[in-house]
Design a protein around this ligand. Structure first.
Ligand code: PEP
Ligand code: MG
Length: 875
């Protein structure tokens, strides 16, 4: 019989895939002899089975759960559902990778109308017993039955107001009885059935709810954002309850062994006296700093510190711990490697190396490559910051600088960002998991309630979004979409700035400046560079982007999209003129006008590269991106070309294509109009020869022909390039070496790569087009319908962001193998968007590519991901 349920002492930290992170760590802590309330874990495989069985928990799994429950009853000397001294449990999810805020927790399970009386008598604390029951009803209704929280919050607020109570703790036992009666009434009204009284039914419903929550929309969004496979499933932990709400010698808290925002060494956390777990995280009451525990309950503090240090030593990493104190006795409920900002991750990794606890290899492996993005975003310009008008300060919950327009709901924030391209600051009373997409869209988050470990803070840190939380000075009306602070009133669309490192809030938008790779960040990058095999290049088409990429560590340009060099308003008419030319003379004249721009840009880029290589990709303008549509543009063009507006319109109509992405673009243009390739060759060659001579760099131009599908097609364009290049060399009396290669971005090119390599000195995989044409999904439109594919579980992630290793990856492998057979030293890289995606970079390492090329801001991410790929393979 398969084992679906493990008691804590039966597991260990290595069993994370089966027991989930929380379950594996509870097992490990139990084995370390720490004070952990007894319990058991229902495995992630049981979750997968639940889905396979059509959302049913099998008889066998149910039996194993009840058997483990019987053991728990024996250990605690209490019976589940007992009328005088009931065993109460918590039911919590625990996936393999931690998913904060995504899954749900139920506490105090096992209480019903009868056992609550016994529980009151047994504990001698009726207030506590009724409070526990009302919390249970609330959580069960919300998490299991999916009733809106607002019903319960409304009732609680009404009764608090009626009784003149400020906090929940001000309510008496009788008040709470009234709360319970009203909770049950609303439950019966909305659910059409009484609140379930059988604890075993409560338990099975709760387990199912955890399994279900694996697939709630928030969890799916989070998984997609964090590359977590949908088939991992979540485990469920059932643990005997300990109570932090039994009076003033009880409490509950969360703490980190190092600061999760900055990485600074030292205990960091907060707790609440006389409270239950969710009170701290939900941010309803503002908690005390953990150091205050030393005054309130010194023995507990001492023991807590001792265990915290032991756990950090044991795991050799910063720990994020949850604990509860029940009447002076300390229990640990969870430990895990704490989520941290990129800044903290780097600080911690370097400190652990300096403390001799981990090696530089381990340090490099510990930093999530994608998270470096946080460090590459702008910070406030110091001069501008001095001039900013400070209107408030709250907790610096997640670092970074953010300036934008305020929005009051996640949906408004998301829409303003996605549809209007606005920079958005999400302002909320407190955030909840439903807000995740709005938080993702926001530059910064500002909350009225909540501490450093509130939902907003934890999630913002995970995303690397700036967050300032717990600003009690704000008075907010979310429905009216208005808040006031520091004597000002802000409506939707008004501008503010947040400094997530200091917690300061400013009126208006403060200018930001670019980040640099230095200090510990530079140290990690240097280590990574020593471990990687892949070279890192960048996709850049302007001298400014080139300089930026070089500053961030790019070793060359892997893709210079020459058509992008003509996007500027004073240049685009010239390329339009070329596209719309009727005759060879007209086109050559237009090309002559383009040549000086092209050549001077190439020169500036070669200079910025200081001898590093550059792959120049020849014109590939999908016509629909370049043909004028605006009447004023058409008029200007008509004037410039000596045509009537009607003629220009007619010409545009003639050029109209039904499938422009599969149209007259890439090398097809050069096949029709060889003079384009000739002009570009002249520009590249002259620029390279001049910069080599002027600056003393040894430059070998790399010329890349796009959208090739056949060897003869490449050969046709290559012959033109060679002829012109040789002419320039002769004219300039130069013996410069140049290379001609191609993009592999059409499935046919991948399949014919063996032949194509006879003509191509290098391949660069254009995985944007290769993905587009392999899936048959338009790269410009697929985003509109891919969401349905995620929901239907057909695809888990966007294939344009994360390389489809099975399909598109197979084409890359075929092309790489065939290419190498023909030309063993062929250089191969990737220059589609995937070149900056860590999982795709690992694939490129495995496929034996020479380099990846990505946008300038992703260069450090790629450096780290390439090192991680190399180190992981070595392992
Ligand atoms: C590609 O197709 O992957 C590529 C890099 O070229 P572009 O995005 O310019 O089509
Ligand atoms: Mg392409």
């Amino acid at each position: 019989m398969k084992k679906w349920v493990y008691e804590f002492h039966e597991g260990n930290a290595d069993m994370r895939p089966l027991l989930g992170g929380k379950g594996a760590n509870l097992a490990e802590m139990t084995n370390l002899g720490l004070p952990i309330p007894n319990g058991f874990t229902v495995t992630t495989e049981a979750c997968t089975d639940y889905y396979t069985q059509g959302k049913q928990i099998s008889q066998e799994i149910q039996e194993q759960i009840f058997a483990a429950l019987a053991v728990l009853e024996e250990q605690r000397g209490k019976k589940f559902g007992d009328e005088s001294d009931p065993l109460l449990v918590s039911v919590r999810s625990g996936a393999r990778a931690s998913m904060p805020g995504m899954m749900d927790t139920i506490l105090n399970l096992g209480l019903n109308d009868v056992s609550v009386e016994g529980f009151a008598k047994k504990t001698g604390n009726p207030r506590f017993a009724y409070d526990s029951y009302r919390r249970f009803i609330q959580m069960f209704s919300d998490v299991v039955m999916e009733m809106s929280k607002s019903f319960f919050e409304g009732i609680l607020t009404e009764i608090k107001d009626a009784k003149g109570a400020k906090y929940d703790t001000d309510l008496t036992a009788d008040d709470l009885k009234e709360v319970i009666a009203r909770y049950k009434a609303i439950y019966a009204e909305k659910m059409g059935a009484e609140f379930p009284q059988d604890p075993k039914v409560q338990l099975m419903e709760a387990v199912k709810a955890v399994f279900r929550s694996w697939d709630n929309p928030r969890a799916i969004v989070y998984r997609r954002m964090n590359d977590i496979p949908g088939d991992w499933g979540t485990a469920v932990n059932v643990q005997s309850m300990v109570f932090g709400n039994m009076g003033n010698t009880s409490g509950t808290g969360v703490a980190f062994t190092r600061n999760p925002s900055t990485g600074e060494k030292g205990i960091f956390g907060e707790y609440l006296i006389n409270a239950q777990g969710e009170d701290v995280v939900a941010g309803i009451r503002t908690p005390q700093p953990i150091t205050k525990l030393a005054e309130d309950l010194p023995k507990c503090y001492e023991q807590f510190m001792d265990i915290a240090n032991r756990l950090e030593d044991h795991y050799r990493d910063m720990q994020d711990m949850e604990f509860t104190i029940q009447e002076g006795k300390l229990f640990f409920l969870q430990t895990r490697n704490g989520k941290r900002t990129a800044q903290a991750a780097i600080q911690i990794a370097c400190d652990l190396v300096d403390e001799g606890r981990i090696t530089p290899e381990e340090a490099v492996l510990r930093i999530e490559a994608k998270s470096l993005d946080q460090l590459l975003h702008p910070t406030f310009d110091a001069e501008q910051l001095k001039k900013g008008e400070k209107i408030g300060q709250a907790l610096p919950a997640s670092p970074g600088a953010a300036a934008g327009k305020v929005y009051f709901t996640a949906e408004d924030a998301k829409n303003a960002h996605e549809q209007e391209g606005e920079k958005v600051i999400l302002v909320r009373l407190e955030t909840s998991p439903e807000d995740i997409e709005g938080m993702h869209a926001a530059e910064g988050i500002l909350t009225v309630r909540g501490g450093m470990t509130s939902h907003a803070a934890v999630v913002a840190r995970g995303m690397g979004t700036c967050c300032v939380s717990g600003c009690g000075e704000i008075s907010i009306d979310e429905d009216a979409k208005v808040f006031s602070l520091g004597g000002y009133t802000f409506h939707e669309g008004d501008e503010i700035s947040l400094d997530g490192s200091t917690g300061f809030i400013y009126k208006g938008m403060i200018q930001t400046k670019e980040a640099t790779v230095s200090g510990n960040f530079g140290r990690i990058m240097n280590w990574a560079d020593g471990f990687r095999r892949l070279r890192i290049r960048t996709n850049a088409d302007t001298p400014a982007d080139t300089a930026n990429a070089v500053r961030l560590g790019a070793e060359g340009i892997g893709l210079c999209r020459t058509e992008h060099m003509f996007f500027e308003p004073n240049r685009i008419p010239k390329i339009r003129k070329m596209i719309l030319s009727d005759t060879l003379e007209q086109r050559e004249q237009a090309l002559q006008e383009l040549l000086p721009f092209q050549k001077s840009d190439f020169k500036a880029m070669y200079e910025a590269l200081k001898g590093r290589p550059m792959t120049v990709r020849y014109l590939d303008p999908p016509l629909h991106e370049f043909v004028p549509t605006d009447p004023a543009d058409m008029e200007a063009l008509a004037k410039d070309m000596g045509m009537t507006v009607e003629q220009v319109k007619q010409k545009c109509d003639d050029l109209h294509e039904f499938n422009p992405m599969m149209g007259h673009r890439g090398c097809r243009l050069a096949v029709t109009y060889p003079e384009i390739a000739r002009m570009q060759t002249r520009a590249v060659m002259e620029a390279a020869i001049e910069v080599s001579r002027e600056k003393g760099f040894s430059i070998e131009p790399e010329i890349m022909i796009p959208l090739v599908g056949d060897k003869k097609e490449l050969k046709f364009v290559k012959d033109i390039v060679v002829e012109e290049a040789e002419t320039v060399k002769k004219e300039r009396n130069s013996n410069i070496i140049y290379h001609i290669g191609t993009m592999i971005e059409i499935p046919r090119a991948a399949l014919m790569a063996g032949e194509i390599a006879e003509e191509a000195e290098f391949f660069s995989f254009g995985t944007n087009d290769l993905t587009q044409m392999t899936f048959g999904f338009s790269r410009d439109d697929a985003g509109k319908f891919l969401y349905s594919y995620y929901q239907a579980k057909i695809y888990e992630s966007d294939p344009f962001a994360r390389l489809d290793q099975n399909g598109v990856g197979q084409l890359i492998r075929i092309a790489a193998e065939q290419g190498k057979k023909t030309r063993p030293n062929i250089k191969m890289g990737i220059c589609g968007e995937h070149g900056g995606d860590p999982s795709s970079i690992a694939f490129c390492h495995d496929a034996g590519l020479t380099y990846v090329s990505c946008s300038p801001f992703r260069v450090p991410i790629a450096r780290l991901a390439a090192a991680q790929a190399a180190l992981n393979r070595k392992k």
